[in-house]
Write a protein that binds this ligand. Structure first.
Ligand SMILES: Cc1cc2nc3c(=O)[nH]c(=O)nc-3n(C[C@H](O)[C@H](O)[C@H](O)COP(=O)(O)OP(=O)(O)OC[C@H]3O[C@@H](n4cnc5c(N)ncnc54)[C@H](O)[C@@H]3O)c2cc1C
Length: 382
């Protein structure tokens, strides 16, 4: 194989791939970004995106450092959290308790994508609009053949092509996929009462309901439920009533401001996240239950870590570097996957006495200062 043309080819221009491409380009690396559907970067003002993320302070700083943090007018902030069990269990904590200004920023998918892609368009990154068809590697380089026949080569292929990663499959990396039997139903609402920058979450026994504060009197809902079809079939007024009731009327009457959409929830754990001249990141490398709102946060940390390691090294696809990347992300990813999975199981078990135990546990943590602060730090990714 001849000399690779690029240092890194990033496959997938979603939030994670786009952030990696930009971080590498800022280091002066030659980067190609392959994406079949680049996002809109203009005309975003009208309406709200149903896909909203709770972005940790660490990742907000990462994106701001890349010059790719969205307009402040569209960003909500989480100053506190109020978590309710399926009986009388309750846990609440605030950013102030852990010496922070906010626990998380709430940002819309399309505004974050637009901020990243505007910066990408203004950088030296080669954007390749299309789908990859084939790839092969040797000890020195990786090659990607596009659907139109063009061939790209690089020292490293970074696969950020989502949960159903084509690259992961093509590389022959097996992944265990466990469906949760639930979907995440998302929609945005206007609320009659002020949300006070508080993120609210209810473990309902048969699902988890979260309300994330948007700017003004709006919030974004993620309802992880096995009953998604029923919710999607409701008209706007009935959906708003149903959601208000499920949240105990905490924010008064609600008005739906977007239609609801649903995403299937799965736990995906590949056997490995690296291969010869190949690294996976973002949902291609892991998915988690959205009850902690940490999926994309893990992905941004993958991108930040991989970029950091590459920044210290001449050859971005060297095996020792890839091993370091895999090792350094393993614990954070596993901890988050197991914590979310454990909470999901704990609140979906119907064994006698367990409901009492989990609700008591939640309230107990609420009274244990150090443990509560530890949990609050974990919730924001410190
Ligand atoms: C209901 C729900 C709510 C969630 N809420 C949160 C939350 O509050 N906070 C949070 O942190 N996370 C949340 N998540 C998780 C979050 O959505 C994902 O972790 C995140 O979108 C993953 O980003 P990504 O860039 O890795 O993948 P994706 O967003 O899936 O992007 C993959 C990209 O690759 C491209 N692509 C695909 N195939 C190819 C190919 N062959 N060649 C080239 N490009 C290709 C696609 O077009 C796409 O642009 C939630 C998930 C769900 C389901």
């Amino acid at each position: 194989m001849s000399e690779p043309v690029f240092d890194v080819i990033v496959v997938g221009g979603g939030l994670v791939g786009a952030s990696l491409a930009l971080a590498l380009s800022r280091q002066g690396r030659a980067v190609a970004l392959v994406e079949p559907r680049p996002p809109e970067t203009d005309g975003l003002e009208a309406g709200w995106d149903t896909r909203i993320y709770a972005v940790s302070p660490q990742n907000r700083d990462f994106l701001a450092g890349l010059g790719a943090w969205p307009d402040a007018r569209r960003i909500g902030r989480v100053a506190s959290m109020d978590v309710r069990g399926d009986r009388d269990g309750r846990l609440s904590f605030s950013a102030a308790e852990i010496g922070q200004v906010e626990l998380a920023a709430i940002a819309e998918n399309r505004w974050m994508l637009a901020a990243l892609w505007r910066a990408i368009r203004a950088s030296g990154i080669t954007v390749v609009e299309g789908r990859a068809q084939r790839f092969d590697t040797d000890p020195r380089a990786a090659r990607l053949t596009m659907d139109g026949g063009a061939v790209l080569s690089a020292s490293l292929l970074a696969g950020a092509d989502g949960a159903n990663s084509w690259l992961r499959r093509e590389a022959g990396i097996a992944a265990s996929v466990r469906p949760y039997g639930q979907s995440g139903v998302v929609a945005n609402f206007a609320c009659a009462l002020p949300h006070g920058d508080c993120a609210r979450q209810w473990f309902l026994g048969d699902g988890v309901l979260a309300w994330l504060p948007l700017p003004g009197n709006y919030f974004s809902m993620v309802w992880s439920t096995s009953d998604s079809e029923r919710l999607l079939a409701l008209d706007a007024a009935t959906l708003a009533e149903t959601v208000a009731r499920a949240g105990g009327g905490a924010l008064g009457a609600l008005t739906a401001i977007t239609p609801a959409a649903a995403f299937p929830l799965r736990l995906i754990r590949p056997d490995s996240v690296i291969g010869q001249r190949l690294a996976l990141l973002g949902d291609a490398a892991h998915t988690v239950h959205p009850l902690a709102g940490q999926g994309v946060n893990l992905g941004f940390q993958d991108a930040a870590r991989l970029a950091e390691l590459i920044g210290r090294q001449g050859d971005p696809g060297e095996w020792a570097l890839l091993r370091r990347y895999e090792r350094s992300r393993k614990e954070a990813v596993l901890t988050m996957q197991m914590t979310c999975d454990g909470l999901f199981r704990l609140f979906h078990q119907t064994a006698p006495g367990l409901a009492h135990l989990r609700n008591t546990g939640l309230s107990l943590v609420n009274h244990l200062g150090p443990l509560k602060r530890q949990l609050a730090r974990f919730a924001v990714g410190f």
